[in-house]
Design a protein around this ligand. Structure first.
Ligand code: NAD
Length: 286
């Protein structure tokens, strides 16, 4: 099992140490602003966790909770205000936004240097052409777990199931940058089980509970399960499962991330890492 929770805890610890040095030596405290529009319960939990972890890492944390009916111009005005705020080095607008707001327009208003989610078109472009920039947190977490588990990824066959802008596409770009041979599969792909069977590295990011079966996995492959799906647990309660049938995959995969406790904790740790990176770049350090 690849223990993402333990790896993320170590990463947060090293970020906290870096933040302490930055504060003591340069009087700089990295600052993260998180903006939530509406009352989506899952988003509220994510935002609360992000703010808590930011404070634990010694960073300055600001939360903005706006009502669901907030007009788009008001949200854009807030983002512009945060762009100009010298105490804020990272800005995160929690997705999804209510339907009347154009998410792309809002995300592209964020100063790309403060775009700690890495969703700005400039950062997506930088990733695509191999220039340094801020990289989306979940894909970054996947690559950190992979390089920690496997070392050099050169020449390995990587299959990514899912092609979203948030996970599938950026993780495929990062795997390519690590010299993997990359296949991106999606909802229209034919013979998905066969495609998966060719993978030395299998990244599951389809949002389909336990879709990837044990016999889709090459023996010894490394499986990173990004999916987070809430399903009935049978006793009137619910539980979280990934996109991979974990029980079946366990005896076949060489290494596998669990859900929960795999990629999930890496996402917040990488958000803090991106905030630290942004702060150093903005302040002209390193
Ligand atoms: P999305 O819905 O935007 O994209 C899903 C992708 O999967 C699409 O590209 C689609 O083509 C593909 N897909 C859907 N059904 C498929 C099928 N039957 N066969 C093959 N491909 C299929 O989702 P997303 O935002 O990329 O998220 C994917 C999953 O990852 C979700 O479960 C989400 O909750 C989870 N997620 C987890 C984290 C984390 O921190 N661990 C972060 C982001 C997303």
């Amino acid at each position: 099992m690849i223990d993402g929770k333990a790896f993320a805890a170590g990463l947060v610890e090293s970020i906290r140490a870096d933040v302490a040095v930055l504060k003591a030596s340069r009087f700089i405290q990295p600052g993260l602003a998180v903006v939530l529009v509406g009352e989506d319960p899952a988003s509220q939990v994510y935002v609360r966790n992000k703010a808590k972890q930011t404070v634990l890492a010694g960073m300055h944390s600001v939360e903005f909770k706006l009502p669901a009916h907030t007009p788009e111009p008001a949200l854009i005005a807030l983002v512009e205000q945060l762009n100009a705020d010298p105490k804020i080095h990272g800005i995160l607008v929690q997705l999804p936004l209510p339907g009347h707001i154009d998410s792309t327009k809002v995300l592209d208003t964020i100063n790309p240097d403060k775009d700690v989610d890495g969703f700005h078109i400039i950062n997506a472009g930088r990733l695509a052409v191999g220039l340094p920039g801020l990289v989306p947190c979940t894909p970054l977490g996947c690559i950190m777990l992979l390089t920690d588990a496997l070392g050099d990824l050169s020449g390995l066959n990587a299959v990514v199931v899912g092609r979203s802008n948030i996970v599938g596409k950026p993780v495929a770009q990062l795997l390519l940058a690590q010299n993997c041979t990359v296949t991106i599969a999606h909802s229209r792909s034919r013979n998905l089980p066969d495609i998966c069977r060719g993978a030395d590295i299998l990244i599951a990011a389809a949002g389909r509970p336990e879709m990837i079966k044990g016999d889709w996995i090459k023996p010894g492959a490394t499986v990173i399960d990004v999916g987070i799906n809430r399903v009935p647990a049978g006793d009137g309660k619910t539980k979280l499962v990934g996109d991979v049938a974990y029980g079946e995959a366990q005896g076949i995969a060489g290494r596998i991330t669990p859900v929960p406790g795999g990629v999930g904790p890496m996402t917040i740790a990488c958000l803090l890492r991106n905030t630290l990176t942004a702060a150093k770049r903005i302040e002209g350090i390193g």
